[in-house]
Design a protein around this ligand. Structure first.
Ligand code: GDP
Length: 205
């Protein structure tokens, strides 16, 4: 039994930005991939999870938006230290109509998410106010099609602070297993830490 109920982030480090699988960092650690529409709150969520103000830059930062960004996050859980690699994928567009994956992601990104062995968990960030956005449904269907048995898929709704309690309950009924978070209220991150540890280290809570 661990004395700490929740793994705590204690260190975080930016490693590099890459164009695709070819210039990515070595696959020396298990990876958690963060994906979502532009402006969903992906940078804020990564910063909240890593407990760092400016680790991931917001999509407003020019130049960073088309690249894959790698971070190592060090955790303490009980007496032990763990490191998890966070992978921040470029945000995808706002398209309401059905689009092919080629239009949603460039070829290099499709290759990355399909072929990268180190990926153990996909965290799909979705806006709690637009839970049925077509593009998110398509991305989920697409990734589930090639999800390996050693990979998990987690839906996280951001901006939960914009919903009232009744709406939050309805959303969780629609999406069992999803997690609601608020970056402004800094709530919900513990459940994500647990899911990361379940997926990567087989932890039980
Ligand atoms: P990204 O483009 O997905 O990286 O999104 P950002 O993290 O840059 O966030 C986009 C905007 O949404 C910013 O104005 C954030 O302050 C805001 N935002 C992010 N997360 C939340 C949240 O949980 N609640 C609210 N109310 N706003 C949020």
């Amino acid at each position: 039994m661990k004395s700490d109920p929740i793994p705590r982030p204690v260190r975080a480090e930016f490693l590099k930005s890459a164009q695709g699988i070819g210039d990515s960092v070595e696959e020396s650690l298990s990876e958690v991939v963060f994906l979502g529409r532009s402006n969903v709150g992906k940078s804020s969520t990564i910063n909240l999870l890593a407990n760092r103000k400016n680790l991931a830059k917001s999509s407003a930062t020019p130049g960073k938006t088309r690249l894959i960004n790698f971070f190592d996050v060090g955790y303490k859980w009980g007496e032990e230290d763990y490191t998890v690699r966070f992978v921040d994928l470029p945000g995808f567009g706002y398209a309401k109509v059905s689009k092919s994956m080629k239009e949603i992601w460039q070829k290099n990104l499709v290759e990355f998410i399909r072929k990268r062995i180190a990926i153990r968990l996909f965290i799909h960030l979705r806006d709690a106010r637009h839970p049925h956005a077509k593009i998110d449904e398509e991305v989920e269907r697409y990734i589930r099609e090639f999800l390996r048995p050693d990979q998990r898929y987690l839906t996280v709704f951001t901006k939960a602070d914009k919903l009232n309690q009744k709406e939050r309950g309805a959303l969780l009924r629609d999406f069992p297993g999803a997690i609601l978070i608020s970056n402004t209220k800094k709530s919900g991150q513990e459940r994500i830490h647990r899911e990361i540890f379940r997926a990567i280290f087989g932890a039980e809570f």
